[in-house]
Design a protein around this ligand. Structure first.
Ligand SMILES: [Zn+2]
Length: 345
């Protein structure tokens, strides 16, 4: 089959288009014909090998996959060849206490398609049968591929970790990032109010389209002052963080007493300063979050089918142009997912 592999870490030029042996599914796995694979920042980290190499070389990247079942192992009976599916990106051991309690993202052996095992920058990929779920109706393959990783991450952060309640207010950073765009759409359907902080008029307009009740342009406005105005000087109940160093101090100060700061990443750096006086005096909660349990992706899919949550696709490129796709993501100019499509044969 055709695939894009990396044989060494480095810039986009290490993505190499080549013929490789197609994978063979084990008895409990499914072979999926990849129709679309969406990029994530995780792909860039794993391509660069930073902060530490997580993949075995040569490696096939790609965590967000939509496609058609090509073959099933003998123990898999819930899908059949031809079915249109998406793949849940998280893979746990399936037998430990965390996995069996629905917290597979806390499994010690937890890994992600395209990171700890071969991913979707290829014509075919294998995944455990339990990771294979029907593609939501009404989505193209590109849209469906844009869905799993960031929507699962945002849902786990807001609903499971921060326990967002009706009537509460959330500050979401970065409508320019896929996880921010996923998060902006969720508070409204949970009965909460969302303030989006983003940079520039174009991104502010897109944040409003996605359902933000209020938008703060951090390039021209003081985020903390605006949050105080919009909340009657109380602060927000939840801050949705993934930016890190550049925004962390504001995130801490923007919280109301008893507020929750939930974070899944640090795209601007991990050495953030925390003023501990705010943490104890306001009794704040700082919550880490990583991916989400398999059941949580199933929980949010009805909202996708009902049209309440929608993945946004910026561009679809042929898989051969994976390096160009990485450059687009690295430039940060996209508003929506960058998706690759493997050739038909
Ligand atoms: Zn486990």
């Amino acid at each position: 089959m055709w695939a894009v592999r990396i044989h060494e870490h480095g810039g986009p030029e290490v993505l190499r288009w080549e013929r490789v042996q197609p994978p063979v599914p084990r008895a409990d796995e499914v072979l999926v014909r990849v129709r679309a694979v969406a990029l994530n920042h995780l792909d860039l980290w794993n391509r660069r090998g930073l902060p530490r190499p997580m993949v075995r070389l040569p490696h096939i990247l790609g965590s967000d996959i939509a496609g058609q079942v090509a073959a099933v192992g003998e123990l898999v009976d819930h899908v059949k060849p031809g079915d249109e599916v998406i793949l849940n990106p998280g893979v746990g051991c399936g037998r430990c206490r965390e996995c069996l309690s629905g917290r597979d993202n806390m499994c010690r052996e937890y890994t992600i398609l395209g990171a700890g095992r071969p991913g979707g920058y290829a014509q075919y990929v294998t995944a455990p049968g339990v990771n294979v779920i029907p593609k939501p109706k009404g989505l193209t393959f590109a849209e469906a591929a844009a869905l799993p990783l960031v929507f699962l991450t945002a849902w786990h952060m807001l609903k499971t970790r921060a326990r967002l309640q009706p009537g509460q207010t959330v500050l979401v950073w970065g409508a320019g990032h896929a996880v921010g765009r996923a998060a902006i759409q969720m508070p409204t359907m949970l009965g909460a109010r969302v303030i989006a902080a983003t940079g520039g008029e174009a991104k502010a307009a897109r944040a409003r389209e996605l359902g933000a009740d209020h938008v703060i342009d951090y390039k021209s406005e003081n985020v903390l002052e605006r949050v105080r105005e919009l909340t009657g000087r109380r602060g927000v109940d939840v801050v949705f963080e993934h930016v890190g160093q550049a925004t962390w101090e504001t995130s801490v100060k923007a919280l109301a007493a008893g507020g929750r700061l939930v974070t899944c990443g640090n795209t601007t750096g991990w050495e953030a300063q925390t003023d501990l006086r705010y943490v104890f005096a306001r009794q704040l909660n700082i919550l880490g979050s990583y991916m989400g349990g398999k059941g949580e992706l199933l929980e949010l899919l009805p909202w996708v089918e009902a049209g309440r949550l929608r993945p946004v696709v910026h561009a679809v490129l042929p898989l051969q142009e994976a390096a160009e796709a990485h450059r687009i993501l690295e430039a940060g100019l996209q508003f929506g997912k960058v998706v690759l499509e493997p050739p038909a044969d």
